[in-house]
Design a protein around this ligand. Structure first.
Ligand code: NAD
Length: 343
């Protein structure tokens, strides 16, 4: 079949025999298009992929550029997924998903992870994790957890905490805004203004203030960074039979907050994404599951995997989002829900 790409060259016969191809060709210029098989990559367009990381080349390029018989070393976990020497701020990290994520960052090599939460003193759980990381093989005394007591609703205080971390560590690379609350069922037609506001104050304003606290330091040091806002599948679906209008609304706001921030901060190489878990067993969900035993089976059956999730099942995705392994990912929502959305 011949179809040249000049609109002038489309014959009536071709139009009759190959109407779709001919219509497509009529949009092309007179320049001849090449097939992908005949299109080697060139230096000029490669520059459009941005600056290479200090440890480049990796992957196929590393293989292609390696001199014969030189050692071939894997880089995926030692470089792309590594958080070596990075500094992080995680809110809501005294327990639950925040603590699990803080530990994952430390295990991936982060030099220090600052855990912000309400209690004046950290929980026994948090202290145990800190102690365990302190003697973890391969971390060589790094992977420090630091506890900071603060309320994420206090913007001034959150910014100050960010500044202090910046002064102490000389950098800021990762932020996870995990502090959040879920209230008991309340009818949407009766929802009291003060209660609605209190959820927004923590789940929306507090998330913004946490992202600001870290983002301002990322901007200050100019190394870029990764901000991960913990939303929820409840930001894009409604949990069946649950009267959670304030929670669901707050999580939708977080999804849009991340997209907006991603667009503003992209030029500064600060990436902003949301992580949206499905049902995970933590204190937050235990408040429902432990008092209403029928809910476990009900929630489990709402996804094709037939079970609810564990906090440790977010370790991989959060490390991916925090590290260079996700360097082209921003303004995205990553759903980890056992397929809840697939039905
Ligand atoms: N567990 C789930 O199934 C699930 C699913 C989707 C999203 N999430 C989200 O994940 C995040 C963590 O939830 P979790 O399940 O670990 O709950 P959790 O209740 O175990 O942990 C929440 C933490 O946030 C802290 N916090 C609350 N208000 C705060 C404030 N004003 N300032 C500072 N810290 C504050 C709490 O003290 C607590 O340590 C929340 O944003 C939640 O909405 C949880």
């Amino acid at each position: 079949m011949f179809l040249r790409t000049s609109s002038a060259s489309i014959s009536r016969a071709a139009l009759r025999r190959y109407p779709f191809q001919a219509a497509r060709a009529s949009f092309a210029t007179t320049r001849t298009l090449r097939s992908a098989d005949d299109s080697p990559l060139n230096e000029k367009n490669l520059k459009g992929t941005g600056p290479q990381p200090a440890y480049a080349p990796v992957g196929v390029n590393a293989a292609l550029q390696a001199a014969p018989a030189t050692p071939a070393k894997p880089t995926l976990f030692s470089h792309e997924f590594s958080l070596a020497d990075r500094v992080a701020l995680v809110s809501g990290a005294n327990r639950g998903l925040g603590l699990e994520m803080a530990m994952a960052l430390a295990e991936a090599g982060a030099r220090a992870v600052y855990c912000v939460d309400l209690p004046k003193e950290p929980s026994e759980e948090w202290k145990k994790v800190k102690e365990y990381l302190g003697r973890m093989e391969g971390l060589a005394g790094e992977g420090r957890l630091e506890y900071v007591s603060a309320d994420v609703r206090d913007q001034e205080l959150m910014w100050k905490i960010g500044e202090n971390i910046g002064h102490t560590e000389g950098r800021m690379d990762v932020c996870i805004a995990a502090a959040g609350v879920l209230k008991t069922h309340t009818s949407c037609l009766e929802y009291p203004a003060r209660q609605f506001q209190s959820v927004m104050d923590i789940n929306v304003n507090g998330v913004l203030f946490t992202a600001q606290a870290a983002g301002r330091q990322m901007d200050r040091f100019g190394n870029g960074g990764s901000i991960i806002l913990i939303a929820s599948m409840s930001g894009s679906i409604t949990n069946k039979d649950h009267a959670w209008v304030s929670y669901n609304t707050s999580k939708s706001a977080v999804l849009q907050m991340a997209r907006s921030m991603a667009c503003e901060l992209g030029p500064k190489r600060i990436r902003v994404n949301t992580l949206s878990p499905g049902h995970i067993y933590t204190n937050m969900t235990a408040a429902y599951l432990d008092t209403q035993p029928h809910l476990l089976e009900k929630w489990a059956n709402l996804n094709p995997m037939g079970r609810i999730g564990r906090p440790d099942e977010l370790r991989g995705v959060v490390t991916w989002l925090a590290s260079d392994a996700s360097s082209f990912c921003t303004g995205s929502d990553v759903l980890v829900s056992g397929g809840h959305h697939a039905w």
